[in-house]
Design a protein around this ligand. Structure first.
Ligand code: BES
Ligand code: MN
Ligand code: ZN
Length: 482
């Protein structure tokens, strides 16, 4: 979708639909001559209550009046929701160019929210549905009309949310069309487009440099694994700490020999959403030329089952030499990430953040509104929480504790990937394994198993959500200017 800011009056922009938001207890800010819009509200057809809509026509244009609720409660999240709701009505009515009249006296985060809500809601994954009525039922162009110049927040939000939608495309693509090699090719093309550096290791290289935990997951698949690395250093970022963004990209998780139940297994094509978020966050940072210094690391593999697959009880050697008993081959994400964390540390990362659809346990604990955050560093965790609040990609911190760390000690090896007391605090015990490899480098782990798809918001539905792109971009920008 094309997105632009304008200081023109909405009526002069050529938009076929204008959206006007109305706060409770306030009049229509810019009514048409004769008080046409106010009159619609007075007749009781429109309402100022949050998300309520009324449609009217005047001057050859369509006006959508949408309630914004109480001004004091209106925040960026409500802006996203209102924009998503308004988009759907506009699209239903065949709108091509939509112009939002930005409410008076709101901050840049509201402007960004309107852009995000519209663009996220307009997203469709229809690549495999050529005959769908999609394209003509979609708003093509979005204008944000304001008295003040909002071109900067609009430009930044448009870049970031386009990246988020690309992450959704990756998430929604089925595993037969998104192998680890295909994901690596995509990352390389992205890097080329943006003039940043990409490095890719194939499965033989992953094994030969000693990433035995990662390689063990990969060995049961006919698709060769990839370690994907994207480096971006923005203007003026010389002194900035190197932040490693580490993403789990299991392009399909069958569970391996510890095979998953068949029901719902198709959802395990989404097990690469953490990796997709990392690729697109780095891409957005590069496109914005943000003053950040990041290393994106994506561990891409299938978790499959064949005669050569890793077996329960097998002991593998992680990149740092630690031995790990693989007591459940479905706990594969932590094996991949452990080696990626060691790799990032060796490459000089000063701060680590990993993002992964890691555990069913986090879905039980937090559902779909919050991702799990687990960290060994209060200051770094606070930054992640702040980036979450600023972007509406919320995170809730869960604890680490030596008692939990005890549960991932192995019987025959140093560690086990299947914590004792199975079923208890499984999001935390998974993180304790990662904690071992992060050591005392500031590290934050985001478990997005509940937020990566099917979040059921007004602006994202049942498909991949692209969760993490906005948060990671914000975190990287903030940590560079700290
Ligand atoms: N990819 C799954 C986690 C997952 C489950 C993500 C549901 C999204 C929705 C992960 O690899 C996994 O299988 N985790 C297991 C670990 C267990 C076997 C110790 C889990 O959490 O059940
Ligand atoms: Mn698994
Ligand atoms: Zn998995």
């Amino acid at each position: 979708m094309e997105v632009q800011a304008t200081t023109q009056n909405p009526a002069e922009t050529g938009a076929d639909t204008v959206v006007v938001g109305v706060f409770e207890d306030e009049g229509v800010a810019h009514d048409l001559p004769g008080g046409t819009l106010e009159a619609v509200l007075d007749r009781g057809e429109g309402q100022r209550k949050f998300k309520r809509l009324a449609v009217t026509h005047a001057d050859g244009r369509r006006y959508i009046l949408i309630g914004l609720g109480d001004r004091t409660e209106f925040d960026a999240e409500r802006a996203r929701i209102a924009a998503g709701v308004a988009h759907d009505r506009a699209a239903e009515l065949g709108t091509e160019t939509l112009c939002w009249e930005v409410p008076h006296h709101v901050g840049d985060e509201i402007v960004a929210g309107l852009v995000e809500g519209t663009v996220l809601r307009a997203y469709r994954f229809d690549r495999y549905k050529p005959d769908d009525d999609g394209p003509d039922r979609r708003v093509q162009r979005l204008l944000l009309s304001a008295h003040q110049d909002v071109s900067e927040p609009v430009r930044v939000a448009a870049v970031i949310v386009a990246a988020q939608n690309r992450a959704r495309d990756l998430g929604n693509t089925p595993s037969n069309d998104l192998s680890p090699a295909a994901l690596a090719d995509y990352a390389q093309q992205t890097a080329e487009r943006l003039g940043i550096e990409a490095t890719v290791l194939d499965e033989d290289e992953i094994r030969s440099i000693g990433m035995g935990a990662f390689a063990a997951v990969a060995q049961g698949s006919v698709q060769s694994a990839r370690l994907i690395r994207l480096d971006y250093a923005g203007p003026g970022s010389d002194g900035a700490p190197l932040v490693a963004l580490i993403g789990k990209a299991v392009t399909f998780d069958s569970g391996g020999i510890s095979i998953k139940p068949s029901s719902g297994m198709q959802e395990m094509k989404f097990d690469m959403c953490g990796g997709a978020a990392v690729i697109e966050a780095v891409a957005a940072l590069a496109e914005l030329q943000a003053p950040a210094r990041v290393m994106g690391l994506i561990g891409a593999t299938e978790n499959m089952v064949d005669g050569g697959a890793v077996k329960p009880g097998d002991i593998v050697h992680a990149l740092d030499g630690t031995t790990i008993e693989v007591n459940n081959t479905d706990a594969e994400g932590r094996l991949v990430l452990s080696d990626c964390i060691t790799y990032a540390r060796r490459e000089g990362a000063a701060k680590l953040v990993d993002i992964a659809t890691l555990t069913g346990g986090v879905v039980v604990a937090l559902g779909r509104a919050y991702a799990g955050l687990i960290s060994n560093d209060d200051a770094w965790a606070a930054h992640v929480e702040e980036a979450g609040r600023d972007t509406g990609e919320l995170v809730w911190r869960l604890p680490l504790h030596p008692d939990y760390a005890e549960l991932v000690k192995g019987q025959f090896a140093q560690l086990t990937n299947l914590a004792a007391r199975r079923g208890e605090a499984s999001a935390i015990t998974a993180a304790e394994l990662l904690h071992h490899f992060a050591g005392d480098v500031p590290w934050a782990h985001l478990d997005i198993a509940g937020t990566a798809w099917d979040v059921g918001r007004e602006y994202t539905g049942a498909d991949a959500s692209g969760f993490g792109v906005r948060l990671l971009v914000e975190l990287a920008r903030q940590s560079a200017t700290e």
